[in-house]
Design a protein. Structure first.
Length: 426
């Protein structure tokens, strides 16, 4: 490959960063997400240290994700009716306060399990609004032409943080304890607040928020998502697979402390292995791909995650666990990033906030139920059985997608359609 070709490929892969507003947003998010992953790792470690209970790890996941289940649809109406830049400044500031409160509780030695659960619930409440706002804000920063690339770069930032954050957290947990992770996370939010504040962006007009009509606007968004076949199918598949299939994180402290008999550094390495695989998938998604390549990504991602997670469940050697974590991370993010891209390119701008709130509901809002089920199974039958159930759910999704690909191939062989037809994307 010539140097000129390599430069052209790099420009294509990172084309969204040519937009100043997106470049500011992406940089701030990267710093903030590193802190968020540090807090996530330390929070699970803290809860297991305080309780030594797999079930309580499930309860922690339930507390953190329950607000998304309860509030995400209402949040979509807010996102479609308020200046997203101002909304994100508010949510990121609220995250900073939540992290500082958690850090203070640990630093002063007064922390109790109920405090960790309460602050996890606060985090989830803020996240219910922040997630659809961030997802739908991207198109305002880069436009529809570069939207799929921006989504892929968002995923790359998330998974770069997923590698660095846990690795740093593992070192800090072994040296200064959980409080250091929480304090650094609080400081990291300053980066994204500053980057959003420096943006020069004109807010797009949306629906006018009226509290009395909020339910009507929410129903309108749901009806729209149901009426667009690819959006409907992708959301249903995501809700089915993510609810129980993505719950490996809550049980990682159990694998490290009880099964692998390792320490906090190994915990950080294990989370980073999942992150490295995810980062590879995100990098893969920065390439331009037609709709058939995107469809295949969903099948490949689900299958790879199922194989990786099923093998990880029964591994008793850290190197094998790291390898299978890498494979699982690759598959999960390839699937999720592709789903996000297909949904966004199939959605009209005026419904974007509400549709992305449905995406948040299916991706994150189903997690409370899955976390409780996974934690309960692990408490009674062991973590390997719980993770194997997750792998079977992902395998079922892969089989469904394989059958769907055959149906779509047969349909297009009879009546071929243009690649830009949104009704044929998913």
């Amino acid at each position: 490959m010539s140097l000129a070709t390599l430069r052209a490929d790099l420009r294509t892969s990172f084309r969204s960063l040519q937009h100043r507003n997106y470049r500011l947003y992406w940089t701030g998010q990267l710093v903030s997400l590193i802190g968020t992953w540090m807090q996530s790792v330390a929070q699970g470690w803290l809860m297991h240290r305080l309780t030594s209970s797999a079930l309580m790890l499930g309860v922690l996941g339930f507390a953190q994700f329950l607000p998304v289940l309860l509030l995400s649809l209402w949040a979509g109406v807010i996102v479609d009716s308020i200046d997203k830049r101002k909304l994100l400044l508010f949510t990121q500031s609220a995250f900073l306060i939540q992290a500082a409160l958690l850090a203070t509780a640990v630093s002063t030695g007064i922390v109790k399990p109920w405090m960790v659960l309460a602050l996890a619930f606060v985090f989830g409440t803020i996240n219910a609004v922040d997630l659809p706002a961030r997802q739908s804000f991207v198109v305002e920063l880069v436009g529809r032409e570069d939207m799929s690339n921006a989504i892929a770069l968002n995923s790359a930032a998330f998974n770069t943080a997923r590698v660095l954050g846990p690795a740093i957290a593992g070192i800090l947990l072994a040296t200064v304890g959980e409080a250091g992770c929480f304090w650094l996370n609080a400081v990291s939010y300053i980066a994204v607040i500053v980057s959003i504040g420096r943006m020069d962006i004109r807010p797009k007009p949306g629906i006018r928020f009226q509290a009395g009509r909020a339910l009507e606007y929410m129903k309108e968004g749901v009806r729209y998502a149901r009426s667009v076949r690819p959006v409907r199918n992708l959301l249903i598949l995501l809700g089915t697979t993510a609810g129980l299939g993505f719950q490996y994180m809550i049980l990682l402290p159990v694998y490290v402390r009880e099964i692998l008999k390792a320490d906090a550094r190994a915990f950080g390495l294990l989370v980073s292995a999942f992150g490295l695989g995810s980062l590879l998938a995100a990098a893969w998604m920065t390439r331009k791909q037609d709709r058939w390549a995107l469809r295949r990504n969903i099948f490949i991602g689900l299958l790879a995650a199922a194989i990786g997670m099923g093998t990880f469940a029964w591994s008793r050697a850290l190197p094998l666990s790291l390898a299978m974590g890498f494979l699982s991370g690759f598959g999960l993010i390839l699937y999720v990033a592709t789903t996000n891209t297909l949904i966004q390119i199939s959605t009209e701008d005026r419904y974007r906030g509400r549709v992305m709130s449905l995406y948040t509901l299916m991706f994150v809002g189903t997690a409370p139920i899955g976390a409780l089920i996974s934690g309960s199974i692990a408490q009674r039958f062991g973590a390997p059985v719980a993770t194997s159930v997750s792998a079977l759910v992902l395998l079922g999704g892969a089989i469904w997608m394989m059958r769907r690909l055959r149906v779509l191939a047969a349909r297009e062989a009879v009546a071929p359609t243009l690649p830009t037809d949104p009704e044929k994307v998913g």
